[in-house]
Design a protein around this ligand. Structure first.
Ligand code: TYD
Ligand code: MG
Length: 451
């Protein structure tokens, strides 16, 4: 027996230390260190062993290495192809994170059965084969080439891979795997890291794409594994509001493509459907109540029209409330302060509620003007005509700042039938059909809009 060895790991960032520490010196979190056993076993354990590799790896001149174009193939899912940067890359390790119940298993199973000409091995440590079969029936696509395995031991998974030789491997989820190299519990930092490292080696050496599903912590990061994010080639976040049907697949890291891509799906009774024209569905049909404003934003590389709803009402309890869904509450505080100081609105005695419709989250600052317009409209109880759209970031002085890719944003608004756009005055020559109202300040916008 080898000696029992333990190490303390930060459950937040994966840093380790021989002794327990209260505050992680690496990420600054408190009370995150947990002791894990990292005993090396003496006996032979199944691990990925490459075959046919050169006996020794030697340095090679960069010029001698063939710079072929990345070898990709389509996943038969337009949105996934888009976020991966054009398709599945051979030998890539992709991590898909998301909250429980958002649809990660559904998405991966759907890809697995859709790609019927590839041999896909779907390994689940969370659900029984019957449950997965029932889900596949629900999705309603049949494939003769999709294999299921209910297993949590990584060694056993590698044994099965040896016999089956799949073209694609899906692991649902990385937190359920355990490697017999270590004694730590499944889901602990050391297990997750070790399993991911072995899967990485497998992906690179066998040239097989591997998809890992990962859980997300309350704080929204992929559980434990900040370490994981460093190791894998691509990190995709599957997000959305569980009570809405829309889901967004976002690239947060991609070694093979851009990180500003976005895929949009609709969760239906029979699986996930791609959404070809997201703007249309994010706008409610005919809402001309006070407090509603439409902004044109860019999410990823796609222009997207977003409906902002605000409700401003007198605060009945001591401290006024500010609450948002889909928008950063700190940014709302800032915008309310600008409205109060520069426009003289008395918002200090009002509750303010802000909603982005459709259950999606927006970080694009060009939505500022639409947010202010919605708040102003609700405060004054005056509706904004439905044919108007807003584009602009707002500075602390109440000035309108220009935003990038104005042309695309206006085009999207035009496409959806908007007749007028309020935006910042810029030097860019714009040639669209819609009536443009360029302004320098928030005050000028509202004077023009409400007279
Ligand atoms: P699931 O893939 O199990 O989520 P995750 O793996 O991220 O935890 O998806 C769970 C939800 O999706 C579940 O609440 C049911 C719903 N769903 C549908 O609405 N339609 C479908 O066709 C399927 C398969 C699931
Ligand atoms: Mg699942």
């Amino acid at each position: 027996m080898s000696k029992l060895r333990t190490t303390f790991f930060c459950q937040n960032c994966g840093a380790n230390s021989a002794k327990w520490v209260g505050k992680c010196p690496s990420c600054g979190e408190w009370n995150t260190y947990v002791e894990e056993v990292v005993q090396k076993e003496k006996e032979e354990v199944a691990a990925w062993k490459p075959s046919g590799l050169p006996a020794r790896n030697v340095p090679r001149r960069i010029q001698d290495i063939k710079g072929e174009k990345l070898d990709r193939y389509s996943s038969k899912d337009g949105e996934l192809d888009r976020v991966l940067g054009g398709g599945i890359v051979h030998g890539s390790l992709v991590l898909i994170g998301g909250e429980p119940g958002i649809g990660k298993s559904t998405l991966m199973l759907q890809i697995a059965v859709q790609l019927s000409e590839k041999k896909v091995l779907y390994v689940s440590g969370e659900e029984s084969l019957q449950q997965i079969r029932m889900r596949a029936d629900r999705i309603g696509i049949k494939s003769d080439n999709c294999f299921l395995l209910s297993e949590t031991s990584l060694g056993e998974i590698f044994n099965q891979i040896g016999g089956l030789e799949p073209d694609i491997l899906v692991i649902d989820s990385i937190q359920t795997l355990h490697s017999s190299h270590l004694d730590a519990a499944p889901g602990s930092i050391s297990q997750v890291r070790d399993c991911a490292a072995q899967l990485m080696r497998f992906a690179k050496e066998s040239d097989t794409p591997v998809f890992l599903i990962g859980h997300i912590t309350k704080e929204g990061s992929i559980a434990g594994p900040k370490v994981l994010e460093h190791m894998v080639d691509t990190v995709l976040q599957f997000e959305g509001d569980r009570h809405h049907i829309y889901r967004i697949l976002r690239t947060t890291k991609n070694r093979f493509g851009s990180t500003s891509e976005l895929g949009i799906y609709q969760m239906q009774e029979d699986g996930l459907r791609e959404v070809a024209n997201p703007s249309e569905i994010l706008l409610s049909a005919d809402n001309d109540n006070p407090g509603v404003a439409i902004g044109s934003t860019i999410e990823g590389n796609r222009p997207l029209l977003i409906e902002v709803q605000a409700l401003v009402s007198p605060a009945t309890y001591g401290t006024p409330q500010r609450s948002t869904t889909g928008f950063d509450v700190k940014r709302l505080h800032m915008l309310l302060a600008v409205l109060e100081k520069r426009m003289g609105l008395r918002l200090g005695i009002q509750d303010v509620f802000l909603n982005i419709t459709g259950g999606i989250r927006v970080d694009d600052p060009s939505l500022d003007l639409a947010v202010c317009a919605a708040v102003f409209s609700s405060y004054q109880d005056m509706a904004i005509p439905r044919e108007i759209c807003f584009i602009g970031e707002i500075g602390l002085g109440g000035e309108l700042r220009s935003v990038n890719r104005l042309e695309n944003r206006i085009k999207e608004a035009e496409k959806l039938g908007f007749k007028q756009v309020y935006l910042s005055a810029s030097k860019e020559k714009l040639t669209q059909q819609v009536i443009q109202h360029p302004h320098k300040t928030l005050r000028a916008v509202f004077e023009d809009l409400f007279g």
